[in-house]
Design a protein. Structure first.
Length: 418
């Protein structure tokens, strides 16, 4: 009659603030809006999270995949988590709760634990794949963290857009000397800018995609490159000073830079012969496309490389990073389609317009299971690109939803947009 009330145990989903690079992927992916953030941390609301795991595969660092068994009534609140600098230690459960967790009472647990189930959950929530192409090389991730960063040295920093334009985009080369820093095309790194934020805390890392291939910006050297746009305005056009972008763009040769990473285990290029790449990017989203293009170019004559098709959007020719070197690439190596939105005297064009214009060619590549598609750049392009791909497929009487599902399941459609 007076039996104690059962104690409910929760497997609470938490994000490790020491590894998280604040890329917002989890918040965008969560189908029930359980993830939120402030200037300090990304956190999971225990009242909303249903453990569906949709956010886990897309996280480039794995910081999302942390769990603690807690008494539900004592779950860490959003406010608790926002104040954390590190995850709390696992606390022993009270005896009655531990027994409940062992089978006495039902213990809510993540709905989907297997890799396949995770992939299925993410498929429903995001437009891209949660797995890499089958033939991608195995990536290393999180070799260096906020607590154990690696120091690289600047060996090059130069502007790759017209000096008279608003877009101040830099190509920055970092050298790691004798220290191991293995990377693959499509991966990213974190840069720790020096100094502290308005609250007096060290700045968080900022994430940048690699612009160079796995064997170095200069082949055979232990270095890599980044494509960084100096941020002087916020998204609304008001004046704003980008902490990390300004730091990077102002670096001089021989300056030391604190780096963490590498990150990313899905946005990777295929390694098998005859694999085709459709690369769709805007502005500095061209970084991973440069890396993949250069990897393929270095393989010419030694491997059976497939077709490369590039859709590249920029305001004007002079604001398109790497315009000169890109235009020098042989036309039988890469099919280049430039979408210029503010070129004087020309109609405004976006990458999705060009995808529709080149429908027959795109359709041909989509019909080949050796084709992988990569989309990188502005968040706003995601919907437009998906619509254009769907139109191209539907025009030929095929079912886009079937193809879209296959592209995601087979790790052949990848997005990296901010
Ligand atoms: P941007 O110069 O502002 O824009 C590039 C082009 O995209 C312009 O022609 C722009 O046209 C067009 N555009 C705007 N909205 C579009 C839409 N909805 N669909 C298709 N095209 C659209 O680009 P940015 O400043 O370089 O920004 C690139 C983005 O890439 C940033 O969000 C950045 O965070 C992200 N990114 C960077 C890296 C990196 O490693 N640096 C890696 C991944 C992603 P308008 O004339 O209309 O503006």
């Amino acid at each position: 009659m007076n039996a104690p009330l059962p104690v409910e145990v929760l497997k609470q989903h938490l994000i490790d603030p020491e590894i998280c690079i604040r890329c917002n992927t989890c918040e965008e992916t969560c189908p029930v809006d359980a993830i939120t953030h402030d200037s300090n941390n990304y956190v999971v609301d225990p009242e909303i999270c249903n453990g569906c795991m949709a956010c886990v595969p897309p996280c480039p660092t794995g910081s999302i995949d942390n769990w603690r068994l807690v008494v539900r009534a004592e779950a860490y609140s959003v406010q608790d988590q926002l104040g954390w600098e590190e995850l709390p230690q696992e606390k022993p459960l009270p005896v009655d709760a531990a027994a409940a967790g062992e089978g006495g009472q039902p213990m809510p647990a993540p709905q989907a634990e297997s890799g396949l189930a995770q992939a299925a959950a993410v498929t429903a929530a995001t437009p891209g794949a949660a797995v890499p192409p089958w033939s991608a090389a195995h990536p290393y991730v999180n070799l260096y963290t906020h607590k154990t960063p690696i120091t690289a040295t600047v060996v090059g920093n130069y502007r790759v857009t017209g000096a008279d334009t608003e877009s101040d985009i830099h190509h920055i080369v970092l050298d790691f000397g004798e220290q191991p820093f293995p990377v693959l095309e499509g991966q990213s790194i974190g840069i720790l800018p020096p100094g502290v934020d308005a609250q007096g805390r060290p700045h968080h890392a900022r994430q940048y995609s690699l612009a160079s291939p796995r064997d170095g910006e200069r082949a055979g050297y232990n270095n890599l490159s980044l494509t960084v746009k100096r941020v002087t305005q916020d998204h609304g056009g008001a004046a704003a000073h980008g902490v990390c972008s300004n730091y990077l763009c102002d670096l001089a040769k021989n300056d030391p830079v604190q780096v963490i990473g590498p990150f990313g285990h899905t946005f990777l290029m295929p390694n098998h012969p005859q694999a085709n790449l459709i690369m769709i990017c805007t502005g500095t989203g061209s970084a991973p496309m440069r890396a993949m293009t250069e990897r393929s170019r270095r393989l010419i004559g030694t491997a059976d490389i497939g077709k490369l098709m590039l859709f590249f959007g920029a305001r004007t020719e002079r604001e398109l990073p790497y315009f000169g070197p890109l235009m020098k690439l042989p036309r039988d190596f890469i099919d280049i389609n430039l979408a210029l939105s503010r070129e004087p005297g020309q109609p405004k064009r976006y990458v999705q317009d060009l995808i529709r214009e080149r429908a027959a060619h795109v359709r041909g590549l989509l019909a080949d299971r050796n084709t992988c598609i990569y989309v990188c750049g502005l968040k706003g392009m995601e919907v437009g690109v998906l619509d254009a791909l769907r139109d191209v497929v539907v025009q030929s009487g095929e079912d886009w939803s079937i193809l879209h599902d296959a592209l995601r399941r087979e790790g052949r459609l990848h997005f990296e947009t901010y």
